[in-house]
Design a protein around this ligand. Structure first.
Ligand code: ADP
Length: 508
């Protein structure tokens, strides 16, 4: 029984042909293709021409694998075995067409998947490389702009304190607004780079939400009214005034939303609201809303406005980079919130989000781990004492502007050093009350000098307050400088007030 089925199975795939000593067919079972008795083997298919004549064959079988043959327009892939018998030759042809084809397609799909994986790896590497290049470019670009901008801002502040005509005051105001815009642009560009590189850390410190609201209402209220637009601001009295969160980043979000409302509204009104959704335990959910009666956005464009560098339906005259809303979206996402928009073309837009803040029930008691509220920050010293300050800065324009600011207060004697190597000599010879130390210096960096000073054996040198001044604005840079022993770090560009406030804070 088994033999019968075996035969049935085998006969479907194998053909046996017997040849005489001249290579002519004597017998064939014709299982695969028809062969007439007496035909010479090469006449069946050109492949058989390659089979040696009977005299050249020995007892060992000759094997040919994966041979492509075509009979009666049918493509076959076969294995052929040629074996010499006593007075004849036995040819067995096994049809493995299906087997070889499936093997080929498996091999092909395997190769394709290997190639695909390699392509994906290459693509990812290229994307990573591009991302790295972009972030490095942004970092360098914003770094290089910070020195000239520090001088522009500082010199504007110095000019502000001189006797100016009304015309000059107006021009100076323009200069200050331009410098402020440029500063915002640098910060926004850097923020995008930081978000993309996953380096944006959200702080959780105590701050006054009410003060932030008042400050923005005041600054934007004035700007909006100057444009002839009415401004409404609503602060819900049920809100906690002080909360825990990232004041700087929240400020950046709100500034972008208010700037847009101002930019894209020519008439009507703009409103800025903070309302309580609900309070539970020590948490409060706040709805923050900025609405305007401006140009509005077409429904189809509502998702595109959040993509970087995307500007939609904008009038050429309205300047922008298309970065603002990308930053808003990403910062809020990092803060666990989400920006929402409702807008109608030619009617206006409303941007809003809900943010949960922690707060202390019954008011906040002083907690050294949390940031001091704005109002408690150190005020300039009102005494007649003269302080000795060493200013270490190699950029001449920054040096000149800081020097001037210090001299104008009439509270400082200032020594200058261009080169980090001179600092160690200076601190040994003179008793300084503070060192203002640029970080990027020729020969030796400011943070390295700080480490050397902190390792000094003499107390009066070792403990000199050091304020780092840097164009490297990444939080990890600042942490590194603090770790090196700097008391405070100022990121360029900074306003005169912030500079003096930081200086007074470290002076004894
Ligand atoms: P920018 O204002 O620099 O172009 P944004 O990312 O802040 O970049 O905004 C992206 C786009 O969204 C803007 O170009 C504008 O088309 C649209 N947009 C944003 N805010 C408003 C608004 N308040 N009213 C109308 N259109 C707006």
């Amino acid at each position: 029984m088994l033999e019968k089925y075996k035969k049935e199975f085998l006969s479907q795939n194998v053909q046996f042909i017997l040849l005489d000593e001249h290579g002519a067919v004597t017998e064939s079972d014709d299982e695969i293709f028809k062969v007439s008795s007496g035909s010479l083997l090469p006449s069946l298919h050109p492949f058989f021409e390659s089979i040696p004549s009977i005299d050249d064959l020995d007892e060992n079988a000759l094997d040919f694998f994966c041979v492509n043959l075509k009979f009666d327009n049918v493509d076959l892939i076969v294995d052929i075995k040629v074996k010499r018998k006593k007075e004849c030759v036995l040819l067995s042809i096994t049809d493995f067409t299906e087997h070889y084809n499936s093997y080929q397609s498996v091999a092909q799909s395997r190769n394709e998947s290997i190639i695909k994986t390699e392509l994906t790896v290459l693509k990812n590497l290229e994307l990573e490389e591009r991302e790295r290049f972009k972030n490095q470019f942004i970092q360098n670009f914003s770094h290089e702009l910070r020195n000239p901008l520090t001088s522009v801002m500082a010199i504007s502040d110095i000019l502000n304190d001189t006797n100016l005509s009304t015309e000059q005051v107006k021009m100076l105001d323009f200069l200050k607004v331009s410098a402020k815009n440029l500063h915002l642009l640098i910060e926004d560009t850097l923020s995008i780079g930081m978000i993309d590189a996953g380096k944006m850390n959200i702080q959780n410190k105590r701050f006054s939400l009410k003060d932030l609201f008042d400050l923005l209402s005041f600054t934007y209220g004035n700007k909006i009214k100057q444009k002839g637009i009415s401004f409404n601001f609503i602060w819900d009295d049920k809100l906690p005034t002080e909360v825990v969160g990232d004041r700087l980043r929240l400020y950046q979000v709100l500034e972008n939303l208010l700037n847009n409302a101002l930019k894209y509204t020519a008439q009507g009104s703009i409103s800025f609201e903070m309302n309580l959704n609900q309070k539970w335990a020590n948490k409060a959910s706040v709805r923050v809303k900025v609405s305007d009666t401006g140009t509005g956005i077409h429904e189809n464009n509502l998702s595109a406005i959040f993509e970087s560098f995307n500007r939609v339906e904008t009038d050429e005259k309205i300047k922008g980079t298309g970065l603002g809303l990308t930053i808003v979206k990403n910062l809020l996402h990092l803060m666990g919130s989400e920006i929402k928009v409702e807008s109608e073309k030619n009617k206006g837009s409303t941007f809003y989000f809900d943010k949960v803040f922690e707060y202390q029930i019954g008011g906040l008691k002083s907690n050294p781990l949390l940031e001091k509220p704005e109002a408690q920050k150190t005020k300039p010293k009102k005494n007649s004492k003269k302080y000795k300050v060493l200013l270490v800065e190699d950029d001449e324009s920054v040096q000149l502007s800081l020097f001037k600011i210090l001299l104008n207060t009439k509270q400082f004697h200032v020594d200058l050093a261009y080169d980090g190597n001179l600092v160690l000599q200076e601190v040994v010879n003179t008793n300084y009350d503070c060192i203002l130390m640029d970080v990027n210096l020729p020969n030796i960096d400011g943070d390295q000098i700080t480490r050397l000073i902190r390792d000094f054996p003499f107390k009066n040198v070792k403990n000199i307050p050091i304020i780092g001044i840097t164009a490297n604005a990444y939080p990890e840079n600042i942490q590194e400088y603090i770790k090196a022993g700097m008391n405070e770090v100022l990121v360029k560009p900074f306003q005169k007030e912030a500079f003096l406030e930081t200086l007074y804070k470290v002076l004894k």
